[in-house]
Design a protein around this ligand. Structure first.
Ligand SMILES: Cc1cc2nc3c(=O)[nH]c(=O)nc-3n(C[C@H](O)[C@H](O)[C@H](O)COP(=O)(O)OP(=O)(O)OC[C@H]3O[C@@H](n4cnc5c(N)ncnc54)[C@H](O)[C@@H]3O)c2cc1C
Ligand code: FES
Ligand code: FES
Length: 1280
């Protein structure tokens, strides 16, 4: 096998871009070579005949030379865990093959289909920008003025110190991009294309036959012979159905390079597009046509082009065909609603002859009389030019602005009589509201003959709402939101057309009301810009000492070349088996019976591990709660492990797992929400309580008491590398090796040892690196590994288990959802008595001093998935509750929220509710600098001015402080160990207990060794983490991995140095090789362990007092957003972050942690929404349903700066741990949206408290901006 493991598999559905490769083809007729990026996970291998596929390995490697894209993405710190990196590199590489000097727009477009969960995209964009001809300024399009000239961004309110640096990389050292040095298209493929006769190619497999006709006649023949076979073009619709929905096609017809399907002609009245054109080609053709035709003829093309810009990512657009798109008739198709209103016709062909059918509602509903016959092929589609008095527009709203299927979309067309403003033709259609595109035919019919005015609009809204009915149980729910969008789009169309009529006939058409103009503006768009500021190293620091320098992630280049090895990249072990889990499909049920017979009879199946095999070892205690590995009698949520199929191959294991039949009997009660848990008093023990001051006394005689609640949804980790493991029995002395993607090797060792009834010294766990974890690769990973190890041990063969994205999301659980209820006394000074939940109690007060406080917390037991740690562990939830409470107090008191925040913030020397001392000087400093650097006051005024002029668009601005406590609450949990060897050639090998999750801990550890031993980093190596080298490690999490392991590494180095000091002082000019040899000759050990006892910590829950944390990370963030009140869309305009991080060990890695966490927080608080069925089945099981931030979500302007380090502490070189804290700052975007929504509501005369839950999705934003449309669409008598 070629073993090209660089291309990654993150989802298998085309939604993440990790598998991006470049496909090149040669067309003999035009003699042209084309290159496009594509998602390897959806490309059928048979479709690649004659094509050249370039994977990441093909463009460069450390063994030959690295490509400039690889170099720049690594050196600009655009990689953390590195799992997304090959996909990112290939997207940009392909762009550069087509456009060696791309514009920023082209870069953003090329990256639109690639997800990264770690970096927050800014460094990736910065790396790509280095290829642009012009970079530097923001290239603002807004008012044609550059942001740097607008005054508002001059940091007038803040004086900068002179000891700061702003560059994290130096462009001067980059290899130049030389397009002449790129790989050439393989000449043998060119010759083959030229010489080989073109005839149908047939590939026959065990279960399927693939037929690739190369001429139209052969295609028609094939379709005639196999009328039921799908015509696979891009495979982006058929592929996912076959992979994940159990659809099977024994025969597939896939036309290859048939000219009659790949053409475009433009006549005087219509454009005809071949069904085989890719959506990217269609986009290009439309752009050309719009340029060449008079404007009035191009309105349909403009509308189509607008939708094509946001439809999926560029890889999918490169693969998907126009014909496949139309024929799939997806309910959320973006193009069909437009084509359906445009009088388009479909040109069909079969052996029996030609035919045309209209692309109308009947076709979309698959009415047999209007549909293709099984033997017919769609050849092309005719799209008529628009006419003089005709207007066409398309609208869409999705959970995310780009690369997300629409929640509702629409196509609308109107045609007026010559100059009379009377409707002659009207067509409106919607997607997302029924099983396929729906046309509001009757409503349109009734409006014909009416003038285009407000009465018509009002009637149109009512008619359409009546006609496009959405049952309460509509798939995906959100019924009122969808109904509101239906008419909000209509209103936008009404305004667009009115504006158009005014332009066409100024004398007879009324002007648009000033108030309405903003409905037609696009949301803020500018080019990305960012500034970063960090402390330069002290001029007295030794030049070779790397501490404090922005050193690149040590694996950066290997991430970018695909040479970094993840668990699933490990070569197959001889006789290796694959394990696939069968999971529960019910949320609360008894297992009545399990029938394995059919699954066991399938080819390749070796065994099925059930709870019977595990008797006696089927549970393991995590903390105090024992957890079952495989369910025995009952299941208590969907996705619990029932049994595990082991087979010779992955495909066989998965196929068999689908055939295991489990019969359930539902049990009551079914508790899915926190509210239901409260109703059933379904809680875990113990309840926790924290009290400070005297709350009862404080409430006495107060007239302003405010009570409220906020609900906060959970979050999926969405690490890019799914749970993966390989267990290898060594065949001797019962030894077993576990290679696994985990944060906690010791735990894996323990659970595997317990399941196999072996002592821990027989089980070794090894972790090279992890493709993102965020808290999700601890406990569930242990259970998966234990069962995999059991299977391996039972059969004496290696077993691999890698979860599909959907399985991973179903099985593993994520961040805990919270319900926070608070009751506060509100006056103008310090106040508060919030009630919040669970272990977040110790962090709930965030940056505020509450003189009287009582918090109680219960953890609910539900039939939802068992949740676990996720970056921030409780803080992002409780912090939001506190900030919501503050925002509400401010509203109640008529004060600005930032004022209430300032008043209530900790003073310099203060005490927390659990009576730990705190010096909040740096908190106040961060806050002040953030206010100043963001020009808060100036911008607040600008936002108000904008809001006063724009009725349908609103801006919002918010600033939040951060006090993030660091410490794990116990000295035991923060102890750490390390092992350092010096070899006789002077090279050093270091190991420690921390896991490389992308945060760069190994890089920092090498920096530590380099400083301590005063040797260059290149002399030091780190191979990975293993229970064999450093035993009894703690879990890597809680922001302290580098802190505690670094102290252990430092300790080991100091031990060595002490031993070697006499030798070094005897020969100070010697090299490490000399010293090592001398030490060896004198029998001095060159190996040392290092140890750190852990941070002292105590907390007495009886008294509610203690010293649970070692130190606090302080910060503040200010964010500005713009919202569209009619659709609920929002744009993150700008964020300023100021953090106190002590002395940074590596500013590049630290900035990476802050901005990556911040963007993950933006996702948490705004778009990441887990959706369940009423029976508790998770719907959001992949990137196509669950939206993490994409490149379009990052603030257009991002400024990050660090406070100058002020005090030394006993942490590692006085640095601070930063993994988690930045996440909470994402809530500044939540409160900025809150502010914008408030502005909209105030203008609409709505007063009273505004209750907004998290995540603040387009649905919540739209529905909170109440207006006549939300009223009109709300049901008086809901039909459910
Ligand atoms: C990750 C992802 C994101 C997406 N995002 C969006 C989005 O934002 N908006 C949106 O609108 N869509 C989106 N889609 C859907 C996408 O637009 C469609 O899957 C795509 O257009 C289908 O084209 P295809 O060539 O891949 O079809 P294929 O999968 O190859 O074929 C689809 C169907 O069309 C039939 N067919 C194809 N060509 C012909 C022909 N010439 N004659 C007869 N029958 C034919 C086939 O028989 C088959 O049944 C997304 C898809 C993915 C995977
Ligand atoms: S693995 Fe192919 S797009 Fe995610
Ligand atoms: S670096 Fe992008 S997903 Fe980890």
């Amino acid at each position: 096998p070629v073993r090209l493991t660089g291309t990654k598999y993150g989802c298998g559905t085309g939604g993440c871009g990790a598998c991006t490769v470049m496909i090149s083809r040669y067309t003999p007729t035009t003699k042209r070579i084309s290159h496009h990026a594509a998602n390897a996970c959806l490309i059928p291998i048979c479709s690649l005949y004659g094509a050249s596929v370039t994977t990441i390995e093909g463009i460069g490697s450390t063994k030959t030379r690295i490509h400039p894209v690889q170099e720049r993405i690594a050196k600009c710190h655009g990689t953390q865990c590195g799992f997304c990196t090959p996909g990112m590199v290939m997207s940009i590489y392909t762009l550069l093959r087509n456009h060696p000097e791309p514009s920023l727009e082209q870069i953003m477009e090329a990256l639109g289909g690639n997800l990264c969960r770690c970096t927050g995209y800014r460094p990736i964009i910065d790396a790509c920008k280095t290829f642009c001809k012009t970079s530097g300024c923001c290239q603002s399009k807004e008012n044609g003025v550059c942001c740097l000239d607008q005054g508002i961004n001059e940091l007038t309110e803040f004086e900068e110190g002179n000891k700061t640096s702003t560059k994290l990389f130096s462009e001067e050292e980059f290899l130049p991009l030389d397009p002449t040095q790129e790989l050439i298209f393989p000449p043998e493929l060119m010759i083959m294309a030229e010489k080989q006769p073109q005839r149908t190619r047939i590939f026959v497999g065990d279960r399927m036959t693939w037929i690739s006709p190369t001429t139209l006649t052969e295609l028609l023949e094939a379709k005639f012979n196999y009328p039921q076979a799908p015509v696979v073009m891009g495979n982006t619709s058929v592929g996912p159905e076959m992979k994940f929905k159990g659809v099977f096609h024994p025969v597939i017809i896939s036309p290859a390079g048939i000219e009659e399907l790949n053409f475009a002609t433009c006549s005087h009245n219509e454009l005809t597009l071949g069904a085989g054109l890719s959506l990217t080609q269609v986009k290009y053709i439309l752009g050309e046509v719009i340029q060449n035709l008079p404007e009035e003829k191009t309105r349909m093309y403009q509308a189509l082009l607008k939708h094509l810009r946001t439809l999926a990512g560029s890889q999918i657009r490169n693969m998907a065909s126009l014909g496949g798109h139309i024929m799939s008739r997806h309910l959320d198709s973006d193009l069909n609603p437009l084509l359906a209103v445009g009088n388009c016709t479909l040109n069909l062909l079969s052996k029996k002859g030609k035919r045309q059918v209209p692309l109308n509602e009947e076709f979309l509903r698959r009415c047999p009389s209007a549909d293709l016959k099984p033997e017919e092929i769609l050849i092309s589609v005719n799209i008529p030019h628009s006419r003089k008095w005709e207007f066409v527009s398309g609208f869409r709203q999705a959970q995310r602005q780009q690369n997300a299927l629409a929640i509702v979309n629409s196509g609308m067309r109107v045609f007026f009589g010559e100059g009379d403003g009377i409707i002659r033709e009207l067509c409106i259609s919607y997607g997302g509201v029924g099983p396929t595109t729906v046309c509001a035919k009757n409503s349109c019919q009734k409006l014909i003959g009416r003038p285009w005015n407000e009465e018509m609009l009002d009637a149109a809204c009512r008619l359409v709402l009546d006609e496009v009915t959405l049952p309460g149980s509509a798939p995906g729910g959100r019924v009122e939101f969808k109904r509101t969008l239906i008419i909000s789009f209509l209103f936008k169309f009404y305004l667009e057309v009115s504006q158009f009529l005014k332009r066409m006939d100024p004398a007879h058409s009324p002007s648009l009301a000033d108030k309405d103009a903003s409905a037609l503006e696009d949301l803020h768009s500018r080019h990305h810009s960012s500034t970063l500021k960090y402390q330069s190293v002290d001029s007295k620091q030794l030049p070779q000492d790397p501490i404090g320098h922005p050193i690149m992630h040590l694996s950066g280049i290997k991430h970018a070349t695909g040479e970094a090895i993840y668990c699933d990249d490990m070569p197959t072990v001889d006789q290796e088996l694959f394990l696939s889990f069968v999971t529960s499909s019910r949320a609360h049920a008894k297992i009545v019976s399990t029938d394995l017979s059919e699954a066991l009879s399938l080819p390749g199946v070796v065994d099925i591990v059930t709870e019977e095999h595990l008797r006696g070892v089927n549970s393991f205690s995590i903390f105090t709660n024992p957890e079952e590995l495989l369910r025995t009698e009952e299941v208590s949520c969907v996705g619990q492990l029932v049994c595990a199929v082991i087979a010779e191959s992955e495909v066989q294991a998965k196929r068999a797992a689908e055939r295991v039949k489990v019969v359930y009997e539902d049990l009551q009660p079914l508790i899915l929400t926190i509210e239901e848990a409260i109703q059933h008093s379904s809680f875990f023990e113990p309840e926790r309580k924290l009290e400070y001051g005297n709350v009862d006394e404080a409430f006495k005689g107060v007239d302003q008491i405010l009570e409220g609640e906020i609900h906060m949804g959970g979050q999926e980790h969405f690490y890019m590398e799914t749970q993966s493991m390989l267990v290898v029995p060594k065949g001797e002395d019962q030894e077993i090796d576990v290679y696994v993607s985990t944060q906690y090797p010791k735990y894996i060792q323990d659970i595997v040892a317990s399941t196999l009834k072996l002592p821990a010294n027989k089980v070794m766990c090894h972790v090279k690196r992890v493709g993102g974890a965020f808290g999700g690769k601890i406990f569930k990973t242990g259970i998966l590994a234990a069962i995999t190890a059991f299977a391996a041990n039972k059969h004496g063969r290696a077993v691999r288990c890698v979860l599909e994205r959907g399985e991973d999301m179903l099985i593993t659980g994520g961040r805990h959802p919270y319900l926070g209820k608070y009751k506060v006394k509100s006056d103008h000074t310090n106040s508060g008595s919030p009630q919040v939940i669970e272990m977040g109690l110790l962090k709930m007060e965030n940056a505020y001093k509450f003189p009287n406080l009582r918090c109680r917390a219960w953890a609910c037991k539900t039939n939802g998935p068992s949740n676990t740690a996720l970056r921030g562990f409780g803080f992002p939830q409780v912090g939001l509750i506190t900030e919501s409470c503050i925002t509400e107090v401010a509203a109640r008191c008529g004060l600005a929220p930032e004022k209430v925040r300032t008043i209530n913030m900790y003073k310099e020397i203060d005490q927390t509710p659990y009576k730990q001392e705190i010096n909040a000087k740096n908190l106040i400093q961060c806050w002040k600098e953030c206010m100043a650097k963001s020009s808060y006051t100036l911008r607040k005024a600008a936002v108000e001015k904008f809001n006063s002029k724009n009725y349908w668009k609103k801006k919002g601005l918010a600033v939040v402080p951060l006090k993030f406590p660091i410490g794990l609450g116990s000295i035991t949990l923060s102890q750490a160990a390390a092992l350092v060897h010096i070899y006789l050639d002077g090279s050093v090998l270091v190991t420690h207990g921390g896991i490389e999750l992308g945060q760069g801990v190994h890089t920092k550890m090498i920096q530590v060794v380099s400083r301590e031993l005063r040797m260059p980093m290149s002399n030091i190596h780190l191979r990975g983490t293993s229970t064999e080298t450093v035993p009894n490690t703690n879990s890597s999490g809680g922001s302290v991995v580098a802190d505690v392991n670094g102290l252990a590494v430092k300790d080991a180095c100091q031990t060595l140095l002490k031993r070697l000091e006499p030798i070094i002082s005897k020969n100070p000019q010697g090299t490490w090789k000399d010293w090592a040899q001398a030490a060896f000759d004198e029998s001095i050990s060159l190996s040392a362990t290092g140890y750190f006892r852990g941070y002292e910590s105590d907390m007495n829950w009886e008294t509610g007092e203690g010293h649970p944390f070692h130190y606090f990370v302080y910060g503040a963030a200010c964010s500005e957003v713009e919202i569209d009140c009619l659709t609920g869309a929002h744009k993150n305009i700008r964020t300023d972050i100021v953090m106190d991080i002590g002395y940074s060990i590596n500013p590049a890695l630290d900035i990476g942690q802050i901005e990556g966490a911040f963007i993950q927080g933006v996702g948490l608080y705004t778009i990441e929404e887990l959706q369940y069925s009423p029976q508790g089945v998770l719907h959001t099981r992949g990137p196509n349903q669950y939206k993490i931030p994409a490149v379009c979500d990052i603030p257009t302007e991002l400024h990050i700066s660090f406070l100058p380090p002020s005090e030394s502490s006993n942490t590692l070189y006085s640095s601070k741990g930063l993994g988690e804290s930045g996440l909470f700052l994402g809530c500044s975007v939540f409160f900025a949206i809150h502010d914008a929504v408030n502005a909209a509501r105030r203008e609409r005369g709505l007063s009273g408290p505004l209750k907004l839950n998290s995540p603040l999705t387009p649905e919540k934003i739209r529905m909170a901006c109440e207006d006549k449309f939300t009223k009109m669409s709300s049901f008086i008598n809901p039909p459910w």
